[in-house]
Write a protein that binds this ligand. Structure first.
Ligand SMILES: Cc1ncc(COP(=O)(O)O)c(C=O)c1O
Length: 421
């Protein structure tokens, strides 16, 4: 029945919702298989180095989750949609450490911060609504938002975070009281992908503007505790309780356990809970029990220090190698924490098409346009990660990448001399 097979293919395709056509696959996910090839050094992922977790601590948290007489019936059972109460209490303690005061009823546990992004988009975005992001921004957020068909306005950043002068210009264009304007999504600490941190002045200005122009702020903070240098920065949530704050265990414990959280006023959370019931009824009780025991019973701060010390050495290796091998035409950020460095090349270098040459040379990165809505900018930039590879591998990867870039620049120099560019 060849005809039927053909019909089936056509029919299913024509039934697909229009939103699917606006969704783009993540190049990080696409590069995942290439990145695991033994001859490739991957700078494209965003993985914490979970090999640093002490086996005995993880074993303890897991055993406690399954063995505790009180938990035994709980960890295997459906849980409340807003998450296990004991784990939400643990989250309030983690928040207190960073200056955010929250009650357990203001915390909803999610399946990673990624689910929080999807749920918030589901709650707030109608097709055509306007949302503001940093430019560049986290591509997983762009993926989550795009399903709900908003207009995404990316506001450029510099080394102090999102530029408030540009944001203000954008807001004037959008207009005060515009009902389509919904929220600004920002990652103020060691941003993914740029590694940049927003200054305290800009944090305050963003909050002022949110009141003046009536939009919500979503503060996504997976990296705030992964600080190598400089002092703690006050979270937006600590400056204004209306801010919707997102956290996760992925970078301070393990992303294999899917546990993140939304901290928000109850009137926001009640809508989020409706959306979450339709998505998954509740998060994993087992994961939440393990998280509870990890943060209650074992010296997790010691392990966090281990993450920080290891990443500091790797960041330093990356910055030193960039200095040594990259051409003078390249610039890059100097992150004080997190997982990423952002490299900018001359405007005429297309990092998307250059990736094939990089793969050939045995190194991967993520092309910069993936971090802009519809790939509208960033074509001459790239995100490189330093959290997973050894310092030796990082140095070698940067050396290989420098050769690839140099070959491209050489080609362009010929074009420029010939007046073709
Ligand atoms: C800025 C940002 N938000 C959210 C996430 C998703 O985190 P989770 O593993 O908690 O879903 C990531 C993951 O890399 C991220 O970089």
């Amino acid at each position: 029945m060849a005809g039927t097979a053909h019909l089936e293919f056509d029919t299913s395709d024509s039934k697909v919702a229009t939103r699917i056509h606006k969704m783009r696959s993540s190049p990080v996910r696409d590069l995942f298989s290439a990145a695991t090839r033994p001859d490739i050094i991957s700078l494209s992922g965003g993985m914490p180095d979970v090999r640093l977790l002490p086996k005995e601590d993880v074993d303890h948290a897991m055993m406690a989750a399954v063995a505790d007489i009180h938990d035994r019936s709980v960890a295997y059972q459906y849980g409340p949609t807003d998450g296990r109460p004991e784990t939400r209490k643990v989250v309030t303690h983690l928040l207190r450490d960073i200056g955010v005061r929250a009650k357990p009823q203001n915390v909803v546990l999610t399946t990673g911060a990624q689910e929080a992004l999807d749920l918030l988009a589901k709650v707030f975005i109608n097709p055509g609504d306007i949302i503001l992001t940093e430019g560049p921004t986290y591509l997983g957020a762009l993926q989550a938002f795009s399903a709900y068909e908003p207009e995404v306005h990316a506001v450029d950043m510099d080394e102090d975070g999102m530029r408030m002068d540009l944001l203000e210009e954008e807001l004037k264009r959008i207009g005060k009281g515009n009902p389509r304007l919904k929220f600004a999504y920002v990652i103020p600490n060691f941003q993914n992908p740029s590694g940049v941190t927003m200054t305290p002045e800009r944090r305050r200005r963003l909050i002022e503007l949110s009141h003046e122009y009536d939009f919500l702020i979503i503060e996504d903070d997976p990296y705030g505790r992964i600080r190598f240098d400089g002092g703690h920065q006050i979270p937006l949530k600590a400056l204004d309780d209306q801010v919707i704050y997102l956290g996760t265990i992925s970078k301070i414990f393990a992303p294999g356990l899917r546990c993140g959280w939304i901290v928000a006023p109850r009137h926001v959370l009640s809508k989020v809970l409706l959306a979450k019931q339709g998505a998954d009824l509740c998060g994993s009780s087992m994961d939440q029990a393990i998280v509870q025991h990890y943060f209650e019973d074992v010296p997790w701060q010691r392990t966090l220090q281990r993450f920080i010390q290891t990443y500091t050495i790797r960041r330093d290796a990356m910055l030193a190698a960039l200095e040594e091998f990259f051409p003078p035409e390249a610039t890059w950020t100097h992150p004080e924490g997190g997982l990423f460095v952002w490299v900018t090349l001359p405007e005429y270098v297309d990092t998307g098409s250059m990736l094939a040459e990089a793969l050939e040379a045995g190194v991967t990165y993520v092309p910069g346009d993936s971090f802009y809505p519809e790939g509208r900018a960033g074509k001459n930039s790239m995100r490189i990660n330093f959290s997973y590879e050894s310092p030796q591998n990082i140095t070698e990867a940067i050396r290989r990448l420098a050769e690839v870039i140099e070959a491209r620049l050489e080609l362009y120099r010929v074009f420029i001399e010939a007046g073709a560019l």
